[in-house]
Write a protein that binds this ligand. Sequence first.
Ligand code: SAH
Ligand code: SF4
Length: 389
Amino acid sequence: MTALTNLLDFDPEQLVAYCGELGEKPFRAKQLQRWIHVFGVNDFDAMTDLAKSLREKLKGRAMIAEPTVISDKTSEDGTRKWLLDVGQGNAIETVFIPEDDRGTLCVSTQAGCAVNCRFCSTGKQGFSRNLTTGEIISQLRMAEFALRKTKGIEAGPKGERQISNVVLMGMGEPLLNYDATVRALKLMLDDNAYGLSRRRVTVSTSGVVPMIDRLAQDCPVALAVSLHAPNDSLRNELVPLNRKHGLDDLMAACKRYLEYAPREAIMFEYCMLDGVNDTDKHARELITLVTARGRSVSSKFNLIPFNPYPESGLKRSSDARVRAFGKILLDAGFITTVRKTRGDDIDAACGQLAGEVQDRTRVQERTIRMAVNQQRSGHSVCSVEEELA
Ligand code: SAH
Ligand code: SF4
C-alpha cells in the first residue's frame, strides 16, 4: 500500500497540480483548499460540494494530518501556548499573543536550530530537523480554529478571524528551511486559505543572506533581522552565522530586500546582554552601521531583554540600560521598541519553557528534549512591543 499524501504539505499551486493529476479542474482544488484551510475540516465526507467520486478518490490516497497537541495552556494575560508533538521525540511550540488591535501567532519552522547563537537555548540544544510545510501551516490552522472554538465563533469566512499577524520567530531559522517555509507563507497569504496581509506576516532571520534575496523574489513579506551586535567581531561571537555572511553582506541584502518588501523598514532585533552588547558606544556604532553612506538601510529597532537560562553564562541588561540604549537610537530618529514579556505564568515568555517534557504517547518511554526554550518564548513576545517615549 502506498503512503497517503498529506494535503497540508501543498501550497495553493501544488494543490492545483495534485488535483490535476487526479483529473480534476483547478476550481476543485480551490474548493478543497477552502474546506481544509477556511473551514478547518479534516474529513473528506464533510466536504459536501465535492463530487462523491472525488471524495472517494481522496480517501484512498490523501489525508489531512496535523501534529498532536501535547499541551495547551492559557496565561492570565491571555497568551496561549501549545506544545505540539512532531514525532521522534521532537516537540515544537506555538504561541498566541492577543492585543487590543491584533492577534499574533508566533510560529516555529524547525525542531532545534543549527545556527547556535550564544544566547539562545534552542541553538544550544542543536538541530533536529526541518519542519514540513504541513507542520508549519498546522500551527496556524490549529491555533485559529482552537481560538474560535473557545470563543464560540464559527469556522469559515463569516466567523471573525482571531489571528491577524504571524511572526516566524518560534524555534528554528526559517531561511534554513526555505522551501517548506515559503510554501507555508503562500498559504498564509492566500485568500482561499488564511488571507493574511503581507505586512502582517514577518520572517525573522539570523541573516542567511542568499535566502533573503530569494525571499524578495518568491514571497516578499515583512522582514526582521536578528542583529544583536553592531560590528563583525562581536557578532561573530554571538551569531556564528556571521562568520559566513558578515555585516557588510547582510546590510546590503537588507537594502536590496526593501525594494520588494511590503514595509518601509527592516526591523532589527537586538537581544540586550549585560556588559556584552549594551553600552552607549554599541548604540552609536549601531547607528553608524545602518546609516553608512552608500548602503544606509531604513531601520526600526526592537530591543529584547535577554531571558537567561541556566548554562548561558549571560545576564540581562538592566531596564535603565535598555532605556538609555534605546534613547540613543530614538534621538537619532529611529523607531525603537522594547519587547514586553507575556505569558510568564505559563512559561511562554522568552527562555522560560522547562527543559524536558514527557512523551505523552508513551510508545517509547522517552523524554522529549525541548529544544524550545527561549525560542518559543523569545518569539512569543515579539508582537508585544512597547514604544519608548
Ligand atoms: N532564528 C530566527 C527566528 C527565531 S529566534 C532568528 O534568530 O531571528 C527569534 C528571536 O528570539 C531572535 O531575535 C532571537 O534573538 C530571540 N532570542 C533567542 N534567544 C533569546 C533569549 N534567551 N532571550 C531573548 N530573546 C531571545
Ligand atoms: Fe537559531 Fe534564531 Fe536561536 Fe539563533 S536565535 S540559534 S538563529 S533560533
